[in-house]
Design a protein around this ligand. Structure first.
Ligand SMILES: NC(=O)C1=CN([C@@H]2O[C@H](COP(=O)(O)OP(=O)(O)OC[C@H]3O[C@@H](n4cnc5c(N)ncnc54)[C@H](O)[C@@H]3O)[C@@H](O)[C@H]2O)C=CC1
Ligand SMILES: O=C(O)C1=N[C@H](C(=O)O)C[C@H](O)C1
Length: 264
């Protein structure tokens, strides 16, 4: 039995994760961390099954009160960073889906995980199709070094570019020489027209109601283009990756950033 705390249970992802943990026989939801509702149980909140998991508004107090193995964090960038650090310090393995972490954040958390010799997973995307899309993009970049990333998300998303787009850009960067794409003399007549710049390649972020989570990587070569696209149409698409991460983090002794390191 893996004892789990979920932070952000009332969010779009958090609700799916509560349902996943509830229906998985060897998972036990020992508590949740919410912004409000201290002292209640999940069962008292609208739209949740009859789960008696206590609600805390502070992760430290939660981990001082309940015994947990894994923290699933699905909150906001600032909260997610703080939660991952607190969990590691309490010997609880973080599985973080929250995006918006910088390289410095990842380095600090990696150091703590190594000091504590416990596993942690920070996964910018839990959907298997998105992980394959990133892997295929990295393969393609060896042959097509000119790439632009277009990520498209719902308009309630806080961070831009998405964690997935940043991860994709890093994977492409690893297999191509650094260079600036486009015409050396190009000028934006409206600021931002060419998107964000990551090591010479452009990332474009679309935010619209109706979208969930989508990404296209377009590669250009001599007389041809190649487009690799992934679409998540609902948040259930992320849940097999959350389940896999919870099971896998129990066997790790360091921090892994991205599920592409864990799937064959
Ligand atoms: N890795 C992946 O596959 C995926 C990652 N995400 C990421 O997960 C995060 C959450 O996304 P959504 O569920 O769409 O957002 P959301 O806005 O629906 O949910 C966030 C929840 O966090 C809660 N929260 C805020 N501060 C808190 C605190 N101090 N303690 C406890 N809870 C707190 C909010 O009340 C809210 O319920 C985002 O960073 C998003 O980018 C989203 C989808 C997939
Ligand atoms: O906020 C979201 O919705 C998503 N966030 C993650 C990201 O930033 O890449 C994963 C997925 O794209 C959905």
């Amino acid at each position: 039995m893996i004892r789990i705390v979920i932070a952000g249970p009332r969010g779009r992802m958090g609700r799916e994760a509560v349902s996943l943990v509830h229906r998985t026989e060897h998972f036990n939801l020992v508590a949740v961390v919410d912004r409000v509702n201290e002292g209640k149980t999940l069962a008292e909140l609208d739209g949740f099954p009859a789960i008696e998991s206590p609600i805390f508004t502070d992760l430290e107090r939660c981990l001082q009160t309940v015994q947990a193995d894994v923290l699933i964090d699905l909150t906001t960038p600032e909260v997610g960073k703080r939660h991952a650090e607190v969990a590691l310090r309490y010997g609880v393995r973080p599985v973080v889906g929250t995006t918006g972490f910088t390289d410095d954040d990842l380095a600090r958390l990696t150091q703590i995980a190594e000091e504590k010799k416990i596993g942690a997973i920070i996964a910018p995307n839990f959907a298997i199709g998105a992980i394959l899309m990133m892997k295929f993009a990295q393969m393609a970049a060896k042959y097509f070094p000119h790439a632009e990333i277009i990520e498209l998300h719902h308009d309630q998303k806080l961070d831009a570019p998405s964690g997935t787009a940043l991860k994709t850009a890093q994977l492409i960067q690893q297999v191509r020489s650094s260079f600036m794409q486009g015409h050396p003399a190009e000028k934006e007549t409206i600021e931002g027209a060419r998107g964000a710049l990551y090591d010479g390649m452009r990332i474009h972020s679309v935010r619209l109601p109706g979208l969930v989570a989508h990404q296209e990587v377009i590669f250009g070569g001599d007389g041809q283009t190649l487009t690799i696209r992934h679409d998540s149409f609902n948040r259930a698409s992320f849940m097999s990756g959350v389940r896999f991460s919870v099971e896998t983090v129990m066997k790790l002794e360091t921090l892994v950033y991205g599920l592409e390191h864990l799937i064959e």
